[in-house]
Write a protein that binds this ligand. Structure first.
Ligand code: CTP
Length: 401
């Protein structure tokens, strides 16, 4: 499968004759399986029409910063968070100058300030403009700030000059984007992930459960897979499609999840417990459907505690690196640190579930990473971007001696 499969790419086009190559760039990205949102400056629309880019990308083109209609759909901050990579191609001398100054006076410059995604740029301009000291100073500033600059290439220019200033060809830019998704952090490793809710049967038609959507665990499975790991995803019932190229084990109850985890524990290099396991189950699930008439005066369910899957894995498969989540409504860091010690894990990913904009069922999440060496607060990110950051942090946990 292409590394760009389902990756979110913003292609930002600025005003320059090389903008005609951006149409081919969109076509190649879509062919590689990426999702593409195109942003155009007003200069860009003088060279190529938004309609062409809309038809090729399959998405409306974003042109304005404060357009009420666009903001009601995918607003600029959402767009900035959506991106896995932002590529500016062609990047004019003007946009380089505005970015070097940190301006945010149009959609493109605002996105560059607001996104956490890597920003790539493919400069294209007249060779004298490229060599001008002002442009070269701006280039240095942008490189120092982490912008990745690809090109320009040498050759004959549209204006008749010969020299450096041609935009790199679309396939070279697709390769540069591909390199952002290097699959190496976890190659040769096996990552076992639990996800979703568990269901604890009351009778054949009723159960106790919770609101977990499974999104975080599934996003982690995709990120770990994209980093070259063999992934085993043990999931309670969700509405999500099992990710491609991942071994998927569907379970219902906490006891099923424990059994499945123990069965694969010996091969796990990492065990990530993202599931929202029901802490209690009915002592006895009735074999027949409970009838109202049998409980005229109310019904009392007697519950017993479920096994702690994560803590059991730490005890029985202590060779692996163990990571748990802590969903808390108060004293996030204190409770998270307690869980780190109590469960004997290497990292706790703590999130505040009292905030309804993040966590359960939401597409975004904001967490703190708690390890023995301290606490790191991550910014609000989409669950997929957060998963990428978490897999990066998890792959950096030192191996057990
Ligand atoms: N977990 C688990 N098995 C359980 C309960 C929790 O594997 N029976 C895992 C979760 O997947 C999560 C971590 O343990 O990674 C913490 O879960 P949480 O529900 O926040 O904590 P609890 O252990 O239930 O503790 P408390 O009720 O005190 O919050």
């Amino acid at each position: 499968m292409s590394r760009l499969h389902n990756k979110h790419i913003i292609l930002a086009i600025t005003g320059g004759i090389a903008a005609y190559k951006s149409a081919e760039l969109v076509r190649l990205l879509i062919k590689a399986g990426a999702q593409v949102q195109v942003v155009m400056t007003s200069g860009a629309t003088e060279f190529i029409t938004p309609l062409t880019l809309q038809a090729l990308s399959g998405n409306p083109v974003h042109q304005h910063l404060l357009n009420p209609q666009a903001e009601a759909g995918m607003g600029h901050i959402q767009l900035a968070r959506w991106a896995d990579v932002l590529l500016i191609a062609p990047a004019s001398a003007n946009v380089m100058a505005r970015l070097a100054q940190g301006q945010a006076d149009d959609l493109l410059t605002t996105l560059c300030l607001a996104t956490h995604a890597p920003i790539l740029m493919a400069p294209a301009m007249n060779q004298a403009m490229w060599h001008d000291l002002a442009t070269q100073d701006n280039l240095k500033t942008l490189l120092a700030r982490g912008f990745q600059v690809h090109g320009p290439a040498d050759g004959e220019q549209a204006c008749g000059d010969i020299g450096a200033g041609r935009m790199l060809e679309p396939n070279a830019l697709v390769s540069a984007i591909n390199e952002q998704f290097e699959q190496s952090l976890l190659s040769g490793k096996t990552v076992v992930i639990t996800a979703g809710p568990t269901r604890e049967a009351i009778d054949p038609v009723r159960y106790l459960s919770n609101h977990s959507s499974g999104k975080m665990g599934y996003a982690l499975a995709c990120s770990a897979r994209d980093q070259g790991a063999k992934v085993i995803l043990i999931s309670g019932p969700t509405h999500l499609q099992p990710p491609e190229d991942v071994t998927f084990i569907a379970i219902e109850s906490a006891q099923d999840m424990l059994e499945a985890s123990l069965n694969v524990g010996a091969v796990a290099d990492y065990f990530i417990a993202a599931a929202a396991v029901a802490d209690y189950r009915p002592i006895m699930a009735s074999e027949q459907k409970l009838k109202k008439r049998d409980a005229d005066h109310g019904l009392t369910l007697e519950l017993t505690q479920n096994p702690d899957i994560l803590a059991t894995m730490v005890q029985q498969h202590s060779h692996a690196i163990h990571v748990g989540f802590a969903a808390e409504t108060e004293a996030l860091i204190r409770h998270g640190q307690n869980k780190l010690e109590r469960k004997g894990v290497q990292m706790i990913i703590a999130n505040d579930v009292s905030n309804t904009h993040i966590g359960f069922n939401s597409d975004d999440n904001q967490v703190s990473l708690i390890t023995a060496s301290g606490v790191e607060n991550l910014p609000l990110l989409s669950k997929q971007q957060l998963a990428n950051q978490l897999i990066l942090a998890i792959s950096n946990i030192p191996n057990k001696a």
